[in-house]
Write a protein that binds this ligand. Structure first.
Ligand code: URP
Ligand code: ZN
Ligand code: ZN
Length: 460
């Protein structure tokens, strides 16, 4: 059935005007004033509301075996939570361990989403070992529509790779035209500092940030960018948390390195003091890189406002407080890392970014949708509102008022890091390829509607 969205403030990364959008089949068929509704069309009145392109979260973990446990969401809860939060496309990190074969891992991650996800999806292919066999499998995975790799410089002994593996991953990526996303923290510095703190009896979550301070992340960014400089590979720094890391990336850019910067929702609104809360409450706020002292938050907002930072993702990594975070009660290094926010990213960025005057609407759309589409080979199919683009649309109600709570969230986790926080707006209608998946802020869609998106390397 055609869908006509009438009278919305159509808002992209570059434009804003009042108009109508006609969706036919899976794509946008027409945009303009006073479009006539086809006889069989459903009409959505968007008067007084924004119409944004479907938001893209380019860094999530849905299926994640990690730190002796598994993340809590699956594509049932995760994609529904994404959609009510306005996110219509997920790019998940496929994270094999060093022992796993990449193709088997890719099939495993794909099987979690395929036929289940309510929103569209793709993967960054994790490289946690590099040898000739891995190289051959990575070539096959790229042929199957995956145009980005993921490496971890952190997590020594788990996902982390050594410099020789980093070199050959970036060499292959350059040859294939694949962008490499990277978790940048120096693994040795983290491991040694953690051991020193634990030996000194400093075992609580408040020590997590001290075990991997800003300079450790900045070193990781510099390290990655030096390899990228030598090899000419395009790189993307995930979950950038602080001013020093941003400066390291800017310095690399000045040397000609093609480097993009991502930040994630928790760093925009939370800070190191949250992980210092008593009675182990701080464990809810343990992620890596850690939440930083407050001044870094301003640096991140400023770097978003001037578009030094390209994207706002979530790094959604959901672990329960009870039973999972509690594994680290006597040792902060055993707290599963992650702060769930797949459902909250857009409302947080809108409320605490746009409404507080830290970023404008165009930057908000650019950082939460358009840039991810451009960087990861989905544009203009995704990331904008244009004739021929997928009809992924978010009708956003700026008059809605509520508070975030674990009791009402769809994320399958037993706490919210934003419990009681006010939001000033929410997605009221969300479509994925022309199909209404959210109505009046509630999921009304179909699990399994989501598709694996084909991406071609060499687009940048
Ligand atoms: O704390 C985090 N970030 N958990 C998920 C794994 C990762 O490093 O992205
Ligand atoms: Zn990471
Ligand atoms: Zn992550």
């Amino acid at each position: 059935m055609p869908l006509l969205i009438k009278n919305g403030q159509i808002t992209t990364a570059t434009d804003q005007f009042v108009g109508d959008i006609l969706c036919e089949g899976e794509t946008i068929a027409a945009i303009g004033p006073d479009l006539a509704a086809p006889a069989d069309a459903e009409v959505v009145d968007a008067t007084g509301k924004y119409v944004f392109p479907g938001f893209i979260d380019p860094h999530v973990h849905i299926y994640l075996p990690f730190m002796g446990t598994h993340s809590k969401d699956d594509y049932d809860s995760g994609s529904r939570a994404a959609l009510v939060g306005g996110t219509t496309t997920l790019i998940e990190m496929c994270c094999p361990s060093r022992q796993d074969e990449p193709l088997e891992a890719f099939e495993l991650w794909l099987s979690q989403a395929s036929g289940k996800s309510a929103c569209d999806y793709s993967f960054h292919m994790g490289v946690s070992r590099f040898d000739a066999g891995v190289e051959a499998q990575l070539r096959t995975i790229v042929d199957r529509g995956i145009a980005s790799f993921k490496v971890f410089l952190a997590y020594k002994g788990a996902f982390g790779i050594d410099d020789n593996e980093l070199y050959h991953t970036l060499r292959l990526a350059k040859e294939l035209g694949v962008i490499v996303t990277a978790h940048c923290e120096n693994a040795e510095l983290v491991a040694e500092t953690q051991a020193k703190l634990i030996a000194a009896g400093k075992t609580g979550p408040e020590w997590h940030e001290k075990s991997r301070p800003a300079c450790v992340e900045a070193e990781g960014v510099h390290h990655l960018c030096t390899f990228a400089e030598m090899l000419g590979t395009h790189v993307y720094i995930v979950h950038t948390s602080n001013a020093d890391a941003i400066q390291a990336a800017i310095a690399a850019r000045r040397r000609g390195v093609q480097v993009w910067i991502e930040t994630v929702a928790p760093y925009l609104v939370l800070d190191a003091s949250h992980a210092e809360q008593p009675n182990f409450e701080g464990a809810k706020y343990v992620m890596s890189p850690p939440l930083r002292p407050l001044p870094h938050q301003d640096a991140i907002w400023n770097a978003l406002a001037d578009r030094t930072i390209s994207t706002i993702a979530t790094d959604h990594a959901p672990f329960d407080f009870h039973g999972q975070k509690e594994m680290g009660r006597d040792d902060f290094t055993k707290i599963p890392n992650g702060i769930p926010s797949i459902e909250d990213r857009i409302n947080l960025a809108y409320t605490y970014g746009v409404k507080r005057g830290r970023i404008d609407l165009q930057t908000f759309v650019d950082a939460c949708s358009t840039q991810a589409a451009k960087i990861f080979g989905l544009y203009p199919r995704k990331g904008t509102i244009a004739v021929g683009s997928d009809a992924d649309l978010v009708v956003y109600d700026p008059d809605y008022r509520s508070t975030i709570s674990q009791r009402t969230q769809l994320m399958n986790v037993d706490y919210s890091a934003f419990e009681g926080w006010e939001i000033e707006g929410r997605p009221s209608v969300v479509t994925v390829r022309g199909k209404i998946q959210v109505r009046d802020g509630k999921f009304v869609g179909k699990l399994g509607h989501g598709l694996l998106l084909q991406r071609k390397p060499g687009h940048l």
